[in-house]
Design a protein around this ligand. Sequence first.
Ligand code: ADP
Length: 492
Amino acid sequence: MAHFVGAIDQGTTSTRFMIFDRAGTEIARHQLEHRQILPAAGWVEHDATEIWENTLKTVDVALSDAGLGPGDLAAVGITNQRESVLVWDRATGKPCHHVIVWQDTRTESLLSGLDADLIRERTGLPPATYFSATKVQWLLANVDGLRERAERGEVLFGTMDSWLIWNLTGGLHVTDVTNASRTMLMNLSTLDWDPALLEMFGIPRAMLPEIRSSAEVYGTASVALDGVPIAAAIGDQQAALFGQTCFAPGEAKCTYGTGGFLLMNTGSTPVRSSHGLITTVGYRFGDDPPVFALEGSIAVAGAAIQWLRDQLGVLDSAAESEALAGAVEDSEGVCFVPAFSGLFAPYWRPDARAAIVGLSRYHTAAHITRAALEAICYQTRDVVEAMAQDSGTTLDCLQVDGGVTGNALCMQLQADILGVPVSRPAVAETTALGAAYAAGLAVGFWHSVDDLRANWHEDRRWQPTWSADRREEGITRWKAAIDRTLDWVSAG
Ligand code: ADP
């Protein structure tokens, strides 16, 4: 009998394979980074062949490190960077172009002619370069002969889940409903590709994958994981919601990695946002009705720390930010708005650019680093506020995960700025765990979400310590800094 479940986590910077047991404990992992290809300012690409080869290696090494074979795995689930777009040749399996990554802003000029109201109503998304549709449109217009080949059904579109399933199963062309909900092409009511949107973007239906549930057996692997059911596909942030066991309406989690992503389960109702959030599919089990989520996406969270490390050189490592920021009492009036690639939720201003305001000669790298950590927390607070307004639900605790949560000072600031406790689970890899959970449920390895809830354990909790006055003062200053950032755009 198989005692384990595997998860492929195909992320923006790396691909990892992880193996979990029935208690949700990690048994093995292997991770490989792939190249970030930056052909021009604002363009970000990946090599899909490199990602597939890395996937094969990580599976192989993690299995052999654990002394296991494919037969020990009851199922494998896939979770992935969302929105990133690949088109490949149906006959040869060769990519027709690099992957255009979610962060890529080359399609900004394509947004102006779009019917924003129709897009919002059908997909729950604000028109943005972030989502897949304009990236596919760009490929069809710019890769020689691609449009004609797409119309003849000779080339296929997919997000990274589709690419991996297609390769693992030897040719199954499917995606899951969470990934499809980020393309800006799926109708949230029918859970199918929307004909009016396909026409608006000029995307031939023949190139699109079939939309399936997040947890069901799509097929059996014939490569690398020979004979193992591929039983889940779920976008990375939705997988983290699942891994944090936020199965009840009103439950929410925030993942702080390169960007920040707060998702709240809203149950079987898609809650429409009037405060700058996204309505998205949280997950769907087999034939059950889908579960929806409200999402606040923050473009730059940990990436602000990377910038201090790599561009300014004031840190040797991201972890060092905690000691440096901890060397000063507070940021002494400095505010840092890290809008390097515009502002996502709740502002949706692709044209915004970063600013550090309130500097005097007295300030040091420590104050700026502290302001960067505070910015991660204030951006999250903006999203939490929007979520309370949209959903009518106020959080009594924020469940957190992701690389930045290793920074205890940042998490303390988050509790202080939100005014509610912040709680981190024992298993930090909630994204991979969520994909494993979804796959395990699909094949009966776990029987119910209650089994999964029983696996969730708190590792650490931070309690708010600031007075209401101090919190208000901080929020007022942050909002003034955001205004300065936007003033600068209008001045330009
Ligand atoms: P992703 O999945 O987006 O690659 P991770 O969850 O691995 O992200 O987190 C990596 C991000 O977290 C990087 O942007 C890094 O700068 C930031 N980070 C990692 N450790 C810390 C830390 N101790 N303090 C602050 N930021 C950190």
